[in-house]
Design a protein around this ligand. Sequence first.
Ligand code: NAP
Length: 249
Amino acid sequence: MFNLAGKIAFISGGTKGIGKGIAKVLKQAGAITIIAGTDSVKGESVAKELGVDFISLDVTDQAECKSVIDKIVKKYGRLDILCSNAGIFPQHYLKDMTVEDWDLVHTVNLKGTFFLVQAALNVMEKQRYGRVVITSSITGEITGLSGYSHYGASKAGQLGFMRSAALEYAGQGITINAVMPGMIMTEGLQSFGDDFLDHAKNITPMRELGTPEDIGYAACFLASDEAKYITGQTIVVDGGQVLPEVQEI
Ligand code: NAP
């Protein structure tokens, strides 16, 4: 386990699923951890369960992203680690997809990443220290999934954003990287239904779905001081899902 003692870590979408797993691991590694989501009741109760702080944030609101980062700096003195993780994945087949469907997914997943990462970088630049870890996906950059063309575009878009941002801040003590999860058992993924989840398990070489903590450990590494020479990169955490050339029977 990498040591994050004394670091201030903020996780968007930290109230459920992968974000909650990241929060658990960063807290275990010693970070003073703050989670965010739009549902304050759920957020406060998860924060209590994990022994972390909660702050309400809708990442689609740029002013709110800036003010939340300002509040964190005011309360904790600095912001060392941002895990930009909040995301949605509603299913819409392309033939019926509306511009509203498209825009919602891009607004939360991609614009929300831009708003929050930009606000955090403005603080990290002054500190000349920062670790940004974006939760992207294998979907979009490596794989496709029927009903998720808008989602795949938003997740691949996060990686394009991440690479150029990493370059702009290289040499300033700031790194910007991404984790690319495969199928991770979360509240969000549960909505796909048991048949889909069983199938996903069977076609994954490790024959199991990932846990939110599996993503947390990758994020913890990228958030550590030891990962200082890594920027603009990705770690796939998928139980081998993207490997097979031909699916074995
Ligand atoms: P989840 O269980 O549905 O949790 C989503 C989290 O995002 C919740 O904490 C939710 O909090 C928050 N959120 C949603 N909209 C938000 C908004 N507008 N502003 C702020 N917070 C918001 O989802 P998950 O499966 O953990 O997925 C988390 C991330 O991992 C997403 O970016 C997703 O694309 C990515 N991912 C997931 C998988 C997977 O298999 N699960 C695979 C690849 C990538 P509230 O409900 O309080 O808003």
